[in-house]
Write a protein that binds this ligand. Structure first.
Ligand SMILES: *[C@@H]1O[C@H](CO)[C@@H](O)[C@H](O)[C@H]1NC(C)=O
Length: 314
């Protein structure tokens, strides 16, 4: 951890798998200095492919893409011994219902198959991401596993991005990461062994859950945001550019945005010469939880299409 006292970061894990393009290690630097890191080329070409399919409504996948999507989900609550009582059953129930509600317009439902609880100091700070997931990950590639960890820090070797904005120093901030998650891996197929995707899933700082202790970020928005990545969405400010040539988040109805939003401003326009204001109420920006409201229709459609092409049946 280079700058331990600095802001918590949401880390977008672009490529976790060794046989994929290697990404540089997580860099913890002050927000605004850290260079943004792009998702790997395999993922970007997959997203291009899905995007092209979206413009061809008669293609074979289109019927499947309209059907209901239900994602089997496991929540794993990982606490340190000091924080063993931090996550109540009410917080878990509340997090799940907020998640369900956030994805309603996408017609994506989550079915909570179970909640596991573990007291483990090393896992709680994510000192053994692989070991933890090897022990806990349930289901197959289409199963969502969310690890809520009381002392979450990014683990070495994970591709990281700078993240959500700096939190006032007065907060009881004992951790440096709000969350990170894997994007869908286009190389996983129905016969891939579990080892190929064992790290797939979302790691979320436990006190971002509704009723958690992290001011401004304790309404459950972090899990919604990270699961957006799991469903194949990039940040609304992806590419951090106002250039018309920059594909940004590959979503047509999110206005171009050249930098993440801090907190919850009344309005913001980081690309004044491009149409639209910054999507500060979008779940895939870095606004504070109170600012989070929705995904766009384009993001909803993309998540559904990513599910069909990347995860369903695997
Ligand atoms: C699935 O992936 C593995 C390795 O990534 C590959 O060897 C295999 O041919 C693939 N199977 C199918 C049916 O595409």
């Amino acid at each position: 951890m280079v700058c331990h006292s600095l802001a918590p970061f949401v880390v977008l894990v672009a490529a976790l798998f060794l046989r994929q393009v290697q990404c540089s290690p997580v860099v913890f630097e002050k927000r605004g200095i850290c260079a943004a890191e792009d998702p790997d080329t395999t993922f970007l070409s997959a997203i291009e492919h899905v995007k092209t399919d979206e413009t061809q409504p008669t293609d074979a996948g289109s019927e499947a893409r309209k059907g209901p999507i239900e994602i089997e989900t496991w929540f794993h609550i990982i606490t340190s011994s000091a924080e063993r009582d931090q996550v109540s059953d009410d917080m878990i129930a509340s997090q799940f219902s907020i998640l369900q509600y956030a994805y309603e317009n996408a017609a994506i439902r989550y079915r909570l198959r179970g909640v596991t609880r573990h007291v483990n100091d090393a896992w709680a700070r994510n000192a053994d991401d692989l070991g933890m997931k090897a022990a806990l990950r349930k289901g197959t590639y289409q199963t969502l596993n969310v690890y809520f960890q009381t002392d979450l820090q990014a683990s070495p070797g994970q591709a990281g991005r700078e993240g959500r904005p700096e939190i006032p120093r007065t907060n009881d901030l004992s951790s440096s990461v709000l969350g990170f998650c894997t994007l869908p891996d286009p190389s996983v197929n129905a016969s891939s062994p579990r080892a190929d995707y064992i790290k797939d899933g979302c790691n979320v700082l436990a006190n971002t859950m509704p009723g958690g202790s992290l001011d401004l970020y304790n309404r459950g928005g972090t899990a919604i945001h990270e699961i957006g990545h799991w469903n194949g969405l990039l940040h609304t400010f992806q590419g951090e550019s106002c250039s018309a040539d920059n594909p940004g988040d590959y979503i047509a109805d999110t206005p171009q945005q050249s930098s993440p939003t801090d907190g919850c401003p009344a309005r913001r326009d980081s690309c004044p010469h491009s149409p639209g204001l910054d999507p500060i109420h979008d779940f895939m920006d870095y606004s504070s939880d109170v600012c989070y409201e929705s995904f766009t229709p384009g993001q909803n459609e993309r998540m559904r299409n990513m599910w069909v092409s990347m995860r369903a049946g695997k």
